[in-house]
Design a protein around this ligand. Structure first.
Ligand SMILES: Nc1ncnc2c1ncn2[C@@H]1O[C@H](COP(=O)(O)OP(=O)(O)OP(=O)(O)O)[C@@H](O)[C@H]1O
Length: 471
């Protein structure tokens, strides 16, 4: 199965979440079904529909998400289920993982993270099977700029050596792809490749995710769980967002890396594994070490060799080849003629700064493959798609706003618009003023407001945005 043609289900009684999440997944090229309750989803299952992955909320009227998870797992034990909840208490997260959830997403979440999670969940190697090289070339790293050629050479050299590698780079620069390439080119290629995003798993559960636990290790641990270290035996383990690992686990990881053996949580049997760890981060780990947030000795152990992935804006010459590849893949998987950018659109692409790096370009290409009316993508099509990308629709804040509105409506509040709008304006103004060091003209320009408007709005309340007191 191609991950991109996979069918995903979103089950949530909250309409906003259904719409926003389903749209983000569709934008990433997946087929999506949305259900407002567990029973609707179970009815579709009974009708013979088969999702490849399910997102479900926990608290829903009728059957709740954890009971739904149980029913799903009974009939479809291998179906990955992502449990989402605004309640990140240990009980619900632990309940979710105990029930066999693949991942837990705490609301509000980053939509990119949700999409990345699907990408990680669907490849076959995630199920602990040996990594299989795909013939579609989906894992192939594209790049012909000096920085990328240097990177390819480094991957070739490093793949052979059993050294730990630290991959650094902004989000979406291809760190996971590089880790996969290191694995694929290594003598461990026939072994498994496992990936774990340290930041995506609640701290309380991370230890058991990494090292496994024995039945009875803690309340509710009724079955033995084999951790990712054990699953990756003979292969490679990719630890993403390593900078977010809690201190106690940093200590434990350091010991495991040094000794190559560990106990499962609550276990007495010493487990020996042969795993190559490839860690990744977008953070400045040296700075974290200086602040006391990361162990210096762990950094040294992980950072035997460092591969730095340049942001896409530093290698814009790679944009056309990447775009062509993504459009070709989209065409292939949508069973349609591959679209192409006309010269003016390509030129426009090169001017963009790509804060979301290759992932942003990939999402844009998929969106255009679906939405652009003709086979040739023009600057006009592009402008529309880019405008959507850059709109301040940072979904996390919209979801947060939606839940605030819901809470107020639930409380029976009326006249919501004026106070919320005031709060919105206040955040906007104060942030812009802080950013401009208290310079009103500059803040007004950046916001696209008149200076008088800013003064008027600020006049209504204490000028907290101003840094220096007036002389
Ligand atoms: N050089 C490249 N050639 C082809 N595809 C790429 C390249 N770099 C990244 N991609 C694609 O861009 C997307 C993002 O890449 P990846 O997940 O590896 O980034 P990342 O740096 O691990 O991101 P994050 O830090 O957010 O987890 C993936 O779909 C990947 O296939």
């Amino acid at each position: 199965m191609s991950a991109r043609t996979a069918q995903l289900w979103v089950v949530d009684d909250d309409r906003t979440v259904r719409i926003v999440l389903a749209q983000a997944l569709r934008d990433a090229g997946y087929r999506v079904g949305a259900f407002e309750g567990a029973s609707e989803a179970l009815a579709a299952l009974a009708d013979g529909e088969r999702p490849d992955l399910v997102f479900t909320d926990v608290r829903m009227p009728g059957l709740d998400g954890l009971a739904f998870l149980d029913q799903l797992k009974e009939g479809h034990p291998d179906l990955p289920v992502v449990v989402m909840s605004a309640y990140t208490d240990v009980a619900s997260t632990a309940g979710a993982f105990r029930g066999g959830a693949h991942e837990f997403l705490s609301k509000p979440f980053d939509l990119d993270e949700a999409v990345a999670l699907v990408e990680r969940a669907l490849p076959p190697e995630e199920a602990g099977e040996p990594a299989i090289e795909t013939t579609s070339g989906g894992d192939e790293l594209i790049g012909d700029t000096p920085a990328m050629r240097e990177l390819f050479r480094a991957i070739g050299r490093l793949a052979q050596a059993p050294l730990s590698v630290l991959v650094t780079g902004e989000t979406g620069t291809g760190k996971e792809l590089v880790a996969r390439a290191l694995h694929r080119e290594s003598p461990r290629a026939k072994g498994p490749f496992l990936a774990l995003n340290t930041a995506a798993i609640p701290a309380e559960l991370l230890e058991s995710e990494l090292f496994g636990h024995e039945a009875g290790a803690f309340t509710g641990a009724n079955k033995r769980h084999v951790g990712r270290f054990e699953q990756a035996d003979g292969g490679s383990l990719f630890l993403d967002e390593i900078g977010d690992m809690p201190a106690n686990l940093q200590t434990r990881l350091l010991r495991v890396l040094a000794e190559g053996e560990f106990f499962r949580v609550g276990g007495r049997e010493l487990i020996k594994v042969d795993v190559r760890v490839i860690a990744a981060t977008h953070q400045d780990l040296e700075a974290k070490v200086r602040d006391g947030g990361f162990r210096a000795d762990l950094l040294h152990r992980l950072d035997v060799v460092r591969l730095r992935l340049p942001p896409l804006r530093e290698r814009k010459a790679d944009v056309p080849a990447l775009a062509a590849r993504f459009l070709a893949q989209a065409g292939d998987e949508l069973d349609a003629t591959a679209k192409r950018f006309d010269a003016a659109a390509l030129e426009r692409l090169q001017k963009h700064d790509w804060p979301g790096n290759v992932r942003e370009l990939e999402n844009l290409c998929w969106r255009l493959a679906v939405l652009a009316p003709g086979d040739t993508i023009t600057p006009r099509d592009l402008a529309k798609a880019l405008a959507r990308d850059q709109s301040p629709g940072a979904p996390a804040w919209q979801l947060a706003l939606a839940s605030e509105v819901r809470a107020r409506l639930d409380r029976g509040d009326t006249g919501l618009h004026a106070p919320l709008r005031e709060a919105f304006d206040q955040v906007l103004l104060e942030t812009a003023l802080e950013h401009s060091g208290g310079h009103r003209q500059n803040a007004a320009e950046r916001l696209g407001l008149g200076r008088n408007t800013i003064t008027r709005k600020l006049g209504a309340r204490p000028r907290r945005g101003k840094r220096k007191p007036a002389p």
